[in-house]
Design a protein around this ligand. Structure first.
Ligand code: G1P
Length: 211
């Protein structure tokens, strides 16, 4: 009971439905009324990150030193660039890049690097006015990436290379990997779950992993 009560007092939850699938930029605009004139974090629910220091904490520290919007990035294989927003970095200090430009879901030929935007952002509220000026982009959607290009032009944008693992739970295998790996990191589950997995692998091995 205590555990459930603690969760319910951790935060005030506001929610709003995005009534049309017009893209991430549009989804963020829907939340404008809750945010007002403050920097805020965006976490895409299909990107799961695990690291010693939480990704968002690393990014908040970067925001506090730069006072500029910060996006979370990670290197990907070159064949994967067309799934992500890809940055063109300009200078780098440690794991923090200043971003010169970025492009949503480029082809391999168009991609300015292999540094991809993962679903974590700390944004200054000025993003709302940029989201209102951009046209629909890739997929005929209002793309956050296109509003971030305006940030590069009019302000400054930083990208922090995040440590740790990342799971794409919009993908079936990615979802299952996240469940297993996150469970194995929990002290209360690790032992029982690992024996269960061992049992499964043993059984499958006896059947020669046949289909
Ligand atoms: C969104 C963003 C993209 C980012 C990706 C991370 O794309 O538009 O820039 O790299 O999330 O997962 P989506 O996966 O929603 O198509």
């Amino acid at each position: 009971l205590k555990e459930v009560q603690t969760i319910s007092s951790m935060a005030s939850i506001h929610y709003i439905r995005q009534k049309e699938p017009l893209g991430l930029g549009h989804a963020i605009l829907c939340a404008e009324q809750f945010i007002g004139d403050e920097p805020f974090a965006v976490l895409l629910g299909d990107d799961i990150k695990t690291s010693e220091e939480p990704a968002l904490k690393q990014m908040i520290q970067a925001y506090e030193t730069t006072n500029q919007s910060v996006i979370g990035v990670q290197k990907v294989d070159v064949e994967e660039v067309s799934k992500y927003g890809i940055i063109q970095p300009k200078n780098k200090s440690g794991s923090l890049h200043e971003v010169n430009d970025l492009i949503e879901k480029p082809s391999i030929e168009q991609a300015p690097s292999t540094i991809a935007v993962m679903g974590r952002y700390i944004l200054n509220p000025s993003i709302f006015s940029y989201l209102k000026t951009i046209e629909r982009g890739v997929g005929n959607e209002l793309q956050l990436t296109d509003a971030l290009r305006v940030v590069c032009e009019k302000e400054r944008l930083f990208a922090l290379e995040l440590e740790g693992q990342r799971f794409d739970i919009g993908d079936k295998v990615g979802y299952m990997k996240a469940m297993v790996e996150v469970a194995l990191k929990r002290r209360d589950l690790r032992h029982t779950f690992l024996s269960y997995l061992e049992g499964i692998v043993e059984k499958e091995r006896a059947n020669n992993f046949s289909h």
